[in-house]
Design a protein around this ligand. Structure first.
Ligand code: MYA
Ligand code: JJ1
Length: 388
C-alpha cells in the first residue's frame, strides 16, 4: 500500500490500537558519524541545491514553483499562493538552517522543479519537549509527478535534519499517510459573500437570496473590546507569558520563547497580524489573537484571480470572552479586505466556530509526527500546534 512510508519510523496502520507499543521515539538516534555524509541520488538529469531564500532571485524561483504547482483543493478551483514575504518569514525563524531549504534543479536548464523545507522547532508532546523539524512546502512540478521523487526529497531532508542531531519532525498534509496523530476540519467564515459565491468558493444557501446572505455575514464597522489594539514589540514578553501558559493545556504544542514569539507573532504586513487587549486601567495584556495571510489563486475565473484568506493562528483569552475577541478579529480582517477567515477545529476553536457563523469546509488537515509514536490519536481540541 505505502511502499515508501512502510519503511519509515512512523506509526503504521497495522499498529493502530496496539497498546503494548510505548509512546516516544520509534528509533533511537545514531551517532552523527553514522549519518550518510553524501546526498541521496537523484535521477541524473537533476541536481540538489540549498536555496538562499534571502536572495530575491532564488525567492522568486521558489515562489513561481509553488504558485503553479503547490496545494489545490479537491476540485482544482483554488491553489495556495504563499507570498514571497510569507516564505521568507516561514523559512527564517530563530536558529533556521539554510541547508534545510532544499531545491531540485534540472541540470541542463537550471530550472527549479522540486522543493521541500524544514525549520527547527521545540515541540512539547505531553510532558516531553522535543527538538524537531517542521517540514513544509513539499512540491514536485506537475510534469514530474508520480516518479517517486517525493520519497527521495523526504529522505534527503531527513538526512540533513539528522546532521544537526535532530531526530523527530512534525508535518501536516491534506492526504492520509501512515498515520495521523490527529485529523482536523477546516472551517470558513465568509467575509465577502458576493465574491466567494462568484468564484465558487461557496454557494448560496437553500432559501437564501444574495441580499439576505450579505446581511447574514455583515459585521460591525469597528471592534468592541476596550483596549483592543495591534501587538507591538514591547508586548513580546507579555504575549510570550500568556501564550506559554495557555499552550500548556494541550497534548502537542510548540514551546515558544520570547525570540520565537517576536518572530512568529509580531505583526508583519500582509504576512502575520496580531492583536492584544490591554486593560485600560492596569495596562496588563489579558488577551491575544493572531492570523496569517495565505491567499489562493482562483483558477479560471473571468472576474477574479486572487482569494484573500486569513487563517486563525494562536488565540488566548483570559479576560475577554474568546467569542468576543474572535468577533473583533473578524472585524479587523474584514477591514483589511480579506474575503474569508479560516480556522481549524483545534485548541478551543470549537467554542466560537458555529456562533460566529463559520461553516465546515470540504478540506481536512492531518497532523503527523516522524519518529515519535503516540499510543492513541488526539482529538483536534487536544492539539495546540498550527503549521503554516
Ligand atoms: S504537505 C503539502 C504537499 N504538497 C502538495 O500537496 C503540493 C502538490 N503535490 C505535489 O507537489 C506532489 O504530489 C507531492 C508528491 C510532492 C506531494 N507528504 O514522488 P511521488 C507519498 C508525504 O511518486 P508525487 C507538506 O508539505 C505517497 O504516499 N508523503 O508522488 C508536508 C507515496 O508514498 P507511499 C507524500 O505526487 C510534507 C510517495 O509520496 C505526500 O509526484 C511532509 C509518492 O511519491 C505528502 N504530502 O509527489 C513530508 N504526498 O508509496 C514528510 C504523497 O509510501 C516529512 N506522498 O504511499 C517527513 C519528516 C522528514 C524529516 C524527518 C527528520 C527527522
Ligand atoms: O478551502 C477549502 N474549501 C473551500 C472551497 C471548496 C471549493 C471546492 N472544492 C470550501 N468552501 C465552502 C465554504 C462555505 C462557506 C459558507 C459556510 C459553509 C462553508 O470548503 C478547503 C478547506 O476546507 N481547502 C483545501 O481543500 C485546500 C487544501 C487543504 C489541505 C492542505 C494541506 C496543507 C499542507 C500543509 O503543509
Amino acid at each position: 500500500r505505502h511502499k515508501f512510508w512502510e519503511t519509515q519510523p512512523v506509526g503504521q496502520f497495522k499498529d493502530i490500537g496496539d497498546t503494548s507499543l510505548p509512546e516516544g521515539p520509534i528509533e533511537p538516534p545514531t551517532t552523527l558519524s553514522e549519518v550518510k555524509q553524501e546526498p541521496y541520488n537523484l535521477p541524473n538529469l537533476y541536481e540538489w541545491i540549498s536555496c538562499d531564500i534571502d536572495s530575491e532571485e532564488m525567492c522568486t524561483e521558489v515562489y513561481d514553483l509553488l504558485t503553479h504547482n503547490y496545494v489545490e483543493d479537491d476540485e482544482t478551483m483554488f491553489r495556495f499562493n504563499y507570498s514571497k514575504e510569507f516564505l521568507r518569514w516561514a523559512l527564517r525563524p530563530p536558529g533556521y538552517y539554510k541547508s534545510w531549504h532544499i531545491g531540485v534543479r534540472v541540470r541542463s536548464s537550471k530550472k527549479l522543479v522540486a522543493f521541500i523545507t524544514g525549520v527547527p522547532a521545540r515541540i512539547r508532546v505531553r510532558d516531553n519537549v522535543v527538538t524537531m523539524a517542521e517540514i513544509n512546502f513539499l512540491c514536485v512540478h506537475k510534469k514530474l509527478r508520480s516518479k517517486r521523487l517525493a520519497p527521495v526529497m523526504i529522505k534527503e531532508v531527513t538526512r540533513r535534519v539528522h546532521l544537526e542531531n535532530i531526530w523527530q519532525a512534525a508535518y501536516t498534509a491534506g492526504v492520509v499517510l501512515p498515520t495521523p496523530i490527529s485529523t482536523c476540519q477546516y472551517w470558513h467564515r465568509t467575509l465577502n459573500p458576493k465574491k466567494l459565491i462568484d468564484v465558487g468558493f461557496s454557494r448560496l444557501g437553500a432559501r437564501m437570496t444574495m441580499s439576505r446572505t450579505i446581511k447574514l455575514y455583515r459585521l460591525p464597522d469597528s471592534t468592541s473590546t476596550p483596549g483592543f489594539r495591534k501587538m507591538e514589540l514591547h508586548d513580546v514578553p507579555a504575549v510570550a507569558r500568556l501564550l506559554r501558559n495557555y499552550l500548556n493545556q494541550f497534548e502537542v504544542a510548540p514551546d515558544l520563547d520570547e525570540n520565537d514569539v517576536e518572530h512568529w507573532l509580531l505583526p508583519t504586513e500582509n504576512v502575520v497580524d496580531s492583536y492584544v487587549v490591554e486593560s485600560p486601567g492596569s495596562h496588563k495584556i489579558t488577551d491575544f489573537s493572531s492570523f496569517y495571510s495565505l491567499p489562493s489563486s482562483i483558477l479560471g475565473n473571468q472576474n477574479y484571480s486572487i482569494l484573500k484568506a486569513a487563517y486563525s493562528f494562536y488565540n488566548v483569552a483570559t479576560k475577554t470572552p474568546l467569542l468576543q475577541l474572535m468577533n473583533d478579529v473578524l472585524i479587523v480582517a474584514k477591514q483589511k479586505d480579506y474575503d474569508v477567515f479560516n480556522a481549524l477545529d483545534i485548541m478551543q476553536n470549537e467554542s466560537f466556530l458555529k456562533e460566529l457563523k463559520f461553516g465546515p469546509g470540504d478540506g481536512k488537515l492531518h497532523y503527523y509526527l516522524y519518529n515519535y509514536r503516540l499510543r492513541n490519536a488526539l482529538k483536534p481540541m487536544e492539539l495546540g500546534l498550527v503549521l503554516l
